[in-house]
Design a protein around this ligand. Structure first.
Ligand SMILES: Cc1cc2nc3c(=O)[nH]c(=O)nc-3n(C[C@H](O)[C@H](O)[C@H](O)COP(=O)(O)OP(=O)(O)OC[C@H]3O[C@@H](n4cnc5c(N)ncnc54)[C@H](O)[C@@H]3O)c2cc1C
Length: 531
């Protein structure tokens, strides 16, 4: 084992793998990528439908839970996160959505720091290999494969047509000129296999002599000499182990674990550092604050269509046929991500951009990760694109193996409660229109008896789900609550950056994997002085 490197990257997830690739491109730089999980050898990681198998598999998943909160019925909400090379990009639902132009323009309102939409679009394109769309919004030479669905499921076609019949526009590319409208989703899938950050960015790079990847090492803290980060300390096989960085340490441990490592290292809110007797290296009140995610409501329908995942899994003949379809043609359910089609719509016409996201899932169960219903069913997930409820997290103890206390604060803002109720009502109207209405036998959940605003709100509070998009806990910017500056340097210390979903000042309007990969692409250029 080597212990001295130019760059040390903590966390081989969506962001960490990109950085490891880009920083080791120049063979004069030695790079260490450290991951607490193991290699992504499990074949179900690579089969798109396999995400269901890892949703709660402790071998590849941190299996965190948020604290019980009144606004969500006192439930402890399960928070899966990838603990494996590839991080959450190895276990996610494979949907490729970048967000809206205005999201990034708000990150950098004066367009001075290179994070506005026009400045970051080249980074989305740089990493992308879109096999279906070639235009000014898409890249075709990157490492991350993005494809459009090969087969359009009849329910997907009906869902999109229903949206159009309700007057919403057709959108052939949610990552192009506009996100608004109904259409089919792009996926990080290549020839029937998941394109994770690991397969896309590490597979070739790991052969480089100047890149070392150490797995099964849990990093506990950053090491400092005065205010300069000089390395990291971790545990491997029960033994403490230190690694030293000549240039810098880069935390890519994700929105729950990057702020946790900072707090354990003496960077965080004063009350937390004092409570646990941690030496104050830099008091930053924002570490762990500004936590955002897309809380959602799920409407479940019983359908006459007998080609849902529920119907296939229940029937031996159909399952075998589905397996063969995948093995021989890379088609069918095994080649699908979590959702196939979506509508990005405005709750009110006068809005300048969509604020709601409704997506079609070709299966149903009582909640995410539980058994499928024994009848043929499908689900519609209804989300606010930019919720106002904001949470926080703090370390639970000084044991690095302990999960932090996570206060998601979901569904707590009155505007979120009102808008999500309205979103359910809008979605129900869409689902009552042709042709999707012809496929529906009945609304199983919430069900016809749940009609008033108060009933819907209660249903959402007690049964609402989440989107697995935590962001924002090491906010980028210049305000007092920011943790990193626009070059992603941690305030108050030297040679330490954070590069992952935690730096987002505001959650993007959609799924978060693509924006995290973009953040890492841009960070690599910043670190290498190319921007
Ligand atoms: C179940 C699920 C479904 C999702 N579906 C989608 C989707 O369909 N589309 C989409 O765009 N997004 C989706 N997301 C979200 C998306 O995958 C994440 O936003 C993104 O992967 C986050 O990237 P990251 O680099 O910030 O963190 P991660 O990818 O989570 O990487 C963090 C890495 O750091 C490692 N690490 C953490 N702590 C330590 C430590 N102390 N020492 C060493 N290593 C450490 C972790 O093991 C992990 O590998 C989903 C996420 C989940 C969990």
């Amino acid at each position: 084992m080597d212990f001295n490197f130019d760059y040390i990257i903590v966390g081989a997830g969506s962001a960490g793998c990109v950085l490891a690739n880009r920083l080791s491109h120049d063979e004069n730089h030695s790079v260490l990528l450290i991951e607490s999980g193991g290699w992504d050898n499990n074949p179900w990681i690579h089969i798109p439908l396999g995400y269901g198998k890892h949703f709660d598999n402790p071998k590849v998943n941190w299996m965190y839970h948020s604290e019980p909160e009144q606004a969500t019925g006192g439930r402890k909400i399960f928070q899966p996160r990838g603990k494996v090379v590839g991080g959450s990009s190895s276990i996610n639902g494979l949907v490729y959505i970048r967000g809206q132009k205005q999201d990034f323009d708000l990150w950098d309102p004066e367009r001075r720091f290179g994070w506005d939409y026009n400045s970051i679009l080249p980074y989305f394109k740089k990493s992308e290999k879109n096999v279906d769309i070639q235009d000014q919004y898409h890249g075709s030479d990157g490492e991350l494969s993005v494809s459009s669905p090969k087969d359009l499921h009849p329910l997907a076609t009906s869902f999109v047509k229903a949206g159009l019949n309700m007057g919403y526009p057709l959108n052939r590319d949610f990552n192009g000129v506009t996100q608004e409208g109904f259409g089919h989703l792009q996926m990080t899938i290549k020839n029937g296999l998941r394109s994770s950050s690991s397969t896309a960015f590490l597979r070739a790079a790991k052969k480089r002599k100047n890149l070392k990847i150490y797995t099964n090492v849990l990093i506990s803290k950053v090491l400092f000499k005065n205010k300069d980060a000089i390395g990291v300390s971790g545990v491997r096989n029960g033994k403490e182990i230190n690694f030293y960085a000549n240039n810098e340490v880069i935390l890519c441990a994700g929105s729950f674990n990057s702020p946790k490592i900072l707090q354990l290292s003496g960077i965080g809110p004063k009350d937390i550092l004092d409570e646990f007797n941690i030496e104050n290296i830099s008091v930053l009140e924002g570490v762990g604050k500004n936590l955002q995610d897309h809380y959602n409501g799920r409407i479940v329908y019983k359908t006459s269509n007998q080609y849902t995942l529920n119907a296939v899994m229940k029937n031996k003949f159909k399952s075998i046929r589905e397996g063969l379809k995948y093995i021989f043609y890379r088609r069918g359910f095994l080649n699908m991500g979590s959702s196939v089609s979506a509508g990005f719509i405005k709750s009110k016409q006068l809005l300048s951009r969509p604020d709601l996201h409704i997506s079609l899932i070709l299966f149903s169960g009582d909640k995410a990760g539980t058994k499928l219903h024994p009848w043929s069913g499908f689900s519609i997930i209804v989300r606010l694109l930019r919720p106002k409820s904001v949470g926080s997290l703090r370390i639970r103890s000084i044991d690095p193996a302990d999960q932090p206390q996570i206060f998601m604060n979901y569904f707590n803002h009155k505007d979120d409660r009102k808008l999500l109720v309205q979103a359910i009502k809008i979605t129900r109207k869409i689902m009552k229109s042709d042709p999707i209405s012809n496929d529906i036998i009945e609304e199983h959940s919430p069900g016809n008896e749940i009609q008033s605003d108060a009933q819907i709100e209660q249903f959402l509070a007690t049964k609402g789900g989440i989107s697995y998009h935590p962001v924002g806990t090491c906010k980028m910017g210049v305000e007092d609550d920011c943790v990193v500056d626009y070059n992603l340097n941690v305030y108050g210390v030297k040679n330490l950056r954070v590069v992952d979903a935690s730096i987002m000042p505001n959650i993007t309007s959609g799924n978060t994997n693509a924006p995290v990969i973009m953040i890492a692409e841009k960070a690599a250029d910043i670190i290498l002085g190319k921007t």
